[in-house]
Write a protein that binds this ligand. Structure first.
Ligand code: PEP
Length: 250
């Protein structure tokens, strides 16, 4: 069965609640495509206003991070129960900015994935190499490791419903996109890694996004690649361009 495309916006640390509501209004008429699962992954403070603003639309609510403990003395963190309670369906985990600036390890990401699944929230696990790693020829080894550690203890049935975002760090927010072939090569290797961990059914079911300066101009070609099942979009998710990406097949 063909995998349904999933286009998710990662708003990062942008949009006050007031701005968030206005952005939802602007995007509302632009993001209606029944062929695509659309997600807005928004800052924690925007979750409630955005959940209200997307009522009655095809847009799903997503978070940008989550802690792996249930509750307690973890000042500043957000629990999976809190996310589930406000209607969060997806959560971005292990974004390279979290790994790079906040020291998140693949082991942390693994704990978060397991916890999100327990609460019925779909993890979007990010992986991706630095420019240095690409130049040293260790991209595939590095990404396989990120995927294998990230998915420790996740069952095949659970893995089928999850999403992996391949995001080369050198392409994020730089305007420098991976070529269609570079993106496809790694997304295919991720699918092969999932087949190695589980089986071919799981590998065929899991959805793999590309992220890294995807925009209204380059989305069509990237999304036509056989192993690219969607996009995780940073900068372009804050603009009407996001609607063009969602409607890439029109
Ligand atoms: C991201 O942060 O996940 C991302 C892909 O950002 P951008 O589209 O701005 O490169």
């Amino acid at each position: 069965m063909a995998r349904k495309k999933i286009i998710a916006g990662n708003w990062k640390m942008n949009m006050t609640p007031t701005e968030a509501k206005a952005l939802c209004e602007t995007l509302k008429p632009l993001v209606d495509n029944p062929d695509v699962d659309v997600v807005y992954c928004v800052p924690a403070i925007d979750l409630v206003p955005v959940s209200e603003a997307i009522q009655g639309t095809n847009v799903n609510l997503g978070a940008e991070n989550m802690y792996f403990e249930e509750k307690g003395a973890f000042t500043g963190e957000i629990s999976p129960a809190m996310l589930a309670d406000v209607g969060v369906k997806y959560v971005v985990l292990g974004h390279s900015e979290r790994r790079g600036y906040f020291g998140e390890t693949s082991e942390d990401v693994n704990k978060k994935i397991l916890k999100a699944l327990e609460y019925g929230i779909v993890p979007i696990m990010c992986c991706g190499e630095s420019l240095e790693q690409r130049e040293q020829g260790v991209t595939m080894d590095f990404i396989r490791q990120q995927v294998k550690v990230g998915y420790m203890g996740v069952t095949a049935d659970q893995a089928k419903g999850t999403v992996i975002a391949y995001e080369p760090i050198w392409a994020i927010g730089t305007g420098r996109t991976a070529s269609n072939e570079q993106a496809e090569e790694v997304c295919k290797a991720i699918r092969e890694t999932i087949a190695e961990i589980y089986d071919s059914d799981t590998a065929e079911a899991i959805r793999i996004q590309y992220g890294g300066s995807m925009n209204a101009k380059n989305c069509k070609e990237l999304l036509a690649m056989p192993d690219i099942d969607g996009g995780l979009i940073g900068g372009a998710s804050l603009k009407p361009d996001f609607g063009v990406i969602v409607n890439y097949n029109k």
